[in-house]
Design a protein around this ligand. Structure first.
Ligand code: TYM
Length: 378
């Protein structure tokens, strides 16, 4: 396939996001669908006023969301499935799909299966040992619980520790997944270790896990950022009919950017990421040092205004820290008209992030007492 100039400027894989992502183009490349107004109306019937993640098109793309609603309306409850690859500390970007998952759990009153791919991160990252990824997994689970999931309806598991159950289903899946399929889907080559070549079958398992555990077919909805889509497109949805399961449906979000110029927030670049275990004052400092869409001088800013479209600070308000549309619109207007200076805008965001982190860190510490209530064991 020959890529257009625009397509060559960004890259999205489950392990790497580079450049300025053109989401409309990505939807075409991945073969997903934009969430259209009719679908939002259908969702609204069940959820009440739409979450701003949907209103602002932060969750913007899907596969089979209409089908999930058909099933739900016909009396068949779905379950949610999402996860984390524990390669380091959790950052604010990871929280975005988890907070939306919590919203869906509350609105539809459904179960959530949460996979910790400690195996994937060991296989992918040369510097991490199995002990490291298990340690990060235990730490990251605290962040998951701190999002407020219902402990009676939430089942978290580590691939390494829950392997006895997962492996059997992964075997069934992997028998249908050739090297040529994973090569085409993930870009693997002859230097890729064989653990990674098998791994996509493990990430496909939870799409079917409750159906296996309960002995009946249950629809699955996966909320995640769009980087994870190849796992569903290439593997889970491909094998589902061959194994007699429903194809899992997806709802995809965009990426929370890092604090630098372009690119998504990533734990491997801690200076430009806000980690949930950062000291609140450090997080505030990172924000004060952030790249912005502002002009070179105050005078120029007053005359010409800033560019929120390229500004991570504006995006943090948009994604997480200004849920009221009225306030967000004011920030946009005041920035573009030259009324709002970057220092003030960063200062206000810094205070909000500090408050958020303090609260999250309290909930995170409390979560240590309840971890066992959430864990699925063999
Ligand atoms: P991981 O650990 O890379 O990311 C966890 C979740 O966070 C999303 N994400 C982001 N969302 C918004 N902005 C960002 N900057 C950002 N960075 C990451 C990811 O899309 C993901 O939803 N292999 C997976 C773990 C996994 C999984 C799943 C994820 C296993 N099963 C099912 C989603 C759904 C991984 O390494 O995610």
């Amino acid at each position: 396939m020959v890529l257009s100039e625009k397509e060559q400027k960004f890259k999205v894989t489950p392990w790497e996001v580079q450049g300025d992502v053109d989401y409309d183009l990505l939807v075409k490349q991945f073969g997903t669908e934009l969430i259209k107004p009719e679908l939002l109306k259908r969702l609204e019937k069940h959820t009440g006023p739409l979450h701003y993640f949907l209103r602002r098109k932060i969750f913007f793309s899907h596969r089979d969301l209409g089908w999930i609603l058909n099933k739900y309306e016909g009396g068949e409850k779905f379950f949610l499935y999402t996860g984390r690859g524990p390669s380091g500390s959790t950052h604010l970007g990871h929280l975005l799909p988890w907070l939306f998952t919590k919203y869906l759990q509350d609105k539809f009153d459904v179960e959530l299966y949460f996979q910790m791919t400690d195996d994937e991160k060991f296989l992918y990252n040369e510097e991490l040992s199995i002990a490291d990824t298990i340690r990060f997994s235990k730490e990251n689970i605290l962040d998951v619980i701190a999002c407020g999931f219902d402990k009676k309806k939430t089942f978290i598991f580590s691939d390494i520790e829950y392997a006895k159950t997962l492996y059997r289903i992964a075997l069934e899946i992997s028998k249908h997944v050739t090297f040529s399929i994973v090569k085409g889907t993930f870009g693997f080559n002859n230097s890729t270790n064989t653990g990674l070549i098998f791994f996509p079958s493990i990430q496909a398992v939870p799409s079917f896990l409750p159906s296996v555990l309960k002995g009946k077919n249950i629809p699955c909805l996966i909320p995640a950022s769009i980087d994870q889509d190849p796992y569903w497109r290439g593997i889970a949805r491909y094998v589902a009919p061959k194994l007699g399961f429903y194809k899992p449906a997806q709802i995809h979000c965009k990426f929370v950017p890092g604090l630098g110029r372009g690119g998504k927030m990533s734990s491997s670049e801690p200076e430009t990421a806000i980690l949930t275990n950062d000291a609140p004052e450090l997080a505030e400092k990172k924000i004060m040092n952030s790249f912005t869409g502002g002009r070179a001088t105050i005078k120029e800013q007053r005359e010409k205004g800033g560019t929120p479209e390229i500004c991570p600070v504006y995006h943090y308000y948009l994604y997480l820290f200004a849920p009221e549309d009225k306030e967000l619109n004011e920030i946009y207007q005041d920035c573009t008209s030259g009324k709002l200076m970057c220092g003030d805008c960063k200062g206000k965001l810094g205070i909000r992030v500090k408050t958020f982190l303090k609260d999250h860190q309290k909930r995170r510490e409390k979560a240590r007492d309840t971890v066992q209530d959430f864990m699925l064991n063999d």
